[in-house]
Design a protein around this ligand. Structure first.
Ligand SMILES: [Zn+2]
Length: 381
């Protein structure tokens, strides 16, 4: 066996080696990475390797399978590896910081990778992280009633637990004052149609208001997102003083468990089926629906209690009911009524069923006890 083959075999064994962390991408956790940074000594996935290519002073990448590796490189990979290198570069990741996963959008991964290795924000000897402070940023915000994005000033007052935004640059009166306790933020790049697109939501008079924003700089939008998260964690610590931080972190912000178009009918089940955009907020146990994906407010919402409370989801439609265009369907049963939905494909139907079952079978979280509606049939039409 030549050097080339022998070294490739050694690397492939190293990828599987127990206790190294090499079985998953060092940056996003994707399984079976087959790229590596031979300057940092980590194994990464193809997507993350694309980010690493952008700062060759810090990182240099090669394919494990396709590129040539000499002995010294393989030895360097052996003495480093994902867990060892993480211990250095992730020594002090703040609890509020959003650590992206394989399914997250590129801007989150890119800024995480840059923060880690290029800016070295999380290594142990860095200066102490200051507590979340006030922050001001100009964001492009989608108009409520048109698709135009306009520059708006956003001010985060972390200690007061408030987020304000202003339509006038020097204006004194905010357009909205948002309580951090009612706030969520989730990157929605596809829906918004911008690689840095962020959806900010908050509760207003029983409904959920959506703001769609972006910043031209990936660093600015991710920093802003993490500033909102820092303020949220601070609020959660005050609201739930008895819960450990590890239980609060999943409550800081949340992504939708599933989104997409379905058709629904009204409470009599004889009304015509109408196409709506649905978003499933698992943590708040709500299925929200909209006329259009970028609407400012939902048209209605279905609260999803637990199975013990009589909530259920089943495959298919009740007998005698047929959808408009779509055949695959599902029924959500709540103590008040049955909701009938049709899905554009069987694949979508199965994904919705799985996601809804996930929510119904999970116990109520501390947040639900704060926010569950007194009458669970709120906002239906
Ligand atoms: Zn990755």
């Amino acid at each position: 066996m030549g050097d080339r083959e022998r070294n490739k075999k050694r690397l492939l064994e190293l990828l599987q080696a127990a206790g190294t962390g090499n079985t998953h991408c060092a940056d996003c956790g994707a399984a079976d990475p087959d790229w590596a940074s031979y300057k940092l000594g980590i194994f990464i996935c193809l997507h993350c390797s694309g980010v690493h290519r952008n700062f060759p002073d810090v990182s240099k990448v090669k394919s494990v399978r396709l590129d040539f590796w000499d002995d010294s490189m393989v030895e360097f990979m052996t003495s480093n590896g994902n867990l060892n290198v993480k211990a250095k570069f992730e020594a002090r990741v703040p609890a509020f910081y959003y650590v992206p996963q394989a399914s997250d959008c590129l801007v989150l991964k890119e800024q995480w990778i840059r923060a880690k290795y290029e800016r070295q924000e999380f290594i142990a000897h860095e200066k102490a992280v200051s507590p979340p402070g006030d922050r001001e940023v100009f964001l492009w915000k989608r108009g409520r009633d048109n698709a135009q994005f306009l520059r708006r000033r956003f001010v985060l007052l972390a200690r007061e637990g408030l987020l304000k935004y202003y339509t006038k640059e020097e204006g004194k009166t905010p357009k909205a004052v948002i309580h951090i306790k009612d706030l969520n933020a989730t990157f929605q790049t596809e829906k918004i149609g911008h690689p840095h697109g962020l959806q900010i939501t908050y509760r207003r008079e029983g409904r959920i208001r959506n703001l769609f924003v972006y910043h031209d700089s990936g660093k600015e939008i991710v920093d802003w997102f993490n500033a909102l998260r820092a303020a949220r964690l601070q609020y959660l610590k005050l609201a739930f003083p008895d819960l450990p931080e590890s239980e609060l972190v999943p409550l800081i912000t949340r992504n939708y468990l599933k989104q997409g178009f379905m058709e629904k009918t009204g409470p009599k089940q004889r009304e015509p089926f109408k196409k709506r955009w649905f978003a499933l907020d698992a943590l708040e146990r709500r299925l929200l629906y909209y006329k259009n994906p970028l609407d400012a407010f939902e048209q209605g919402q279905v609260f999803l209690g637990s199975q013990e409370q009589g909530y259920e989801v089943c495959e298919d439609l009740p007998k005698g009911i047929r959808g408009n265009r779509w055949k695959a369907g599902l029924t959500v049963i709540t103590p008040e009524r049955k909701f009938i939905f049709t899905c554009p494909s069987e694949k979508e139907q199965q994904e919705w069923l799985e996601s809804l079952r996930d929510v119904l079978s999970s116990p109520l979280s501390p947040l639900n006890l704060l926010t569950a509606p007194a009458e669970s049939g709120c906002g239906l039409r």
